[in-house]
Design a protein around this ligand. Structure first.
Ligand code: DX5
Ligand code: ZN
Length: 245
């Protein structure tokens, strides 16, 4: 069973010249979390922003700052992102030799720990760290740029990770090419947290952002894995055995 759907707009698609206003805009528009994509032009072929920008935006919103580190190595910078005000710090399984150590370090800093998998990385990479994490981030594009097309191949990985998570209190987040058109499919596969950049920052006003966030949320809620009580109600109606994932 999954938690409530969380929509996390990625500020990579914001107007950086007005970053504070843009964050206030998505906050008012109903964003649950603010997704912050950190890129180093080493782990990924692009540079975005670092801990100083996280520090600058921290006073703008009380929402969870969901910091996605696409950097290698990550360990030397974890403390800086924690001090800057990140709430969740996600590292890539591919970014260092000692994932278990990185995840311990994040929790030791008092932050929630996430691990992200690139599209070619199998779900087995997280099997032995499941008890050290609060979030799994499945990349549904190759990381580095916003505005890319969603990779359908990742739906099966999402399903498998949902099964691996079992009853643990771990969020399953998808990131890359998420739109109102595929939100139902990712939620049906088991995702409960949806990152969206270009699909949220389409239009110019907070009202446009609100409509975009709402459309993604409504589609995801419609597609999501049914709750136990929904299954029970249906099985009572149909007489079929409830299927609980
Ligand atoms: C890609 C980033 C994503 C990206 C999402 O490397 O991790 O968060 O900004 O942007 P869209 O939704 O435009 O694919
Ligand atoms: Zn991201």
């Amino acid at each position: 069973m999954t938690g409530e759907i969380i929509v996390a707009p990625s500020i990579l698609a914001a107007d950086f010249a007005r970053l504070g206003e843009e964050i206030a805009g998505i906050d008012a528009a109903g964003a649950d979390w603010i997704h912050c994509d950190v890129m180093d032009e080493h782990f990924v072929p692009n540079i975005s922003f670092g801990a100083d920008v996280i520090k600058a935006i921290r006073p703008v919103t009380a929402k969870t700052l969901d910091v996605h580190l696409m950097i290698a190595p990550a360990d030397p910078y974890l403390e800086a992102f924690a001090k800057a005000g990140a709430d969740i710090i996600t590292v890539h399984a591919e970014a260092g030799a000692h994932l278990d150590r990185s995840l311990q370090a994040i929790r030791a800093l008092g932050k929630q720990a996430g691990v992200s998998l690139c599209p070619a990385t199998p779900e087995g990479a997280i099997e032995y760290v499941l008890d050290r994490i609060d979030l799994v981030l499945v990349m549904t594009v190759n990381p580095g740029f916003g505005g890319q097309s969603f990779l359908q191949s990742q739906l099966e990985k999402i399903r498998r990770i949902r099964a691996m998570i079992g009853g643990r209190p771990i969020r399953l987040e998808v990131d890359g090419g998420v739109t109102r058109d595929n939100a139902a499919a990712v939620a049906a596969a088991g995702a409960d947290t949806l990152v969206a950049g270009s699909a949220v920052f389409r239009g110019k006003s907070s009202a446009d952002y609100a409509a975009n966030i709402a459309a993604i949320r409504v589609a995801a809620e419609a597609g999501r894995v049914p709750k136990l009580q929904d299954n029970s109600a249906q099985s009572m109606r149909t007489g079929e055995a409830a299927r609980v994932r």
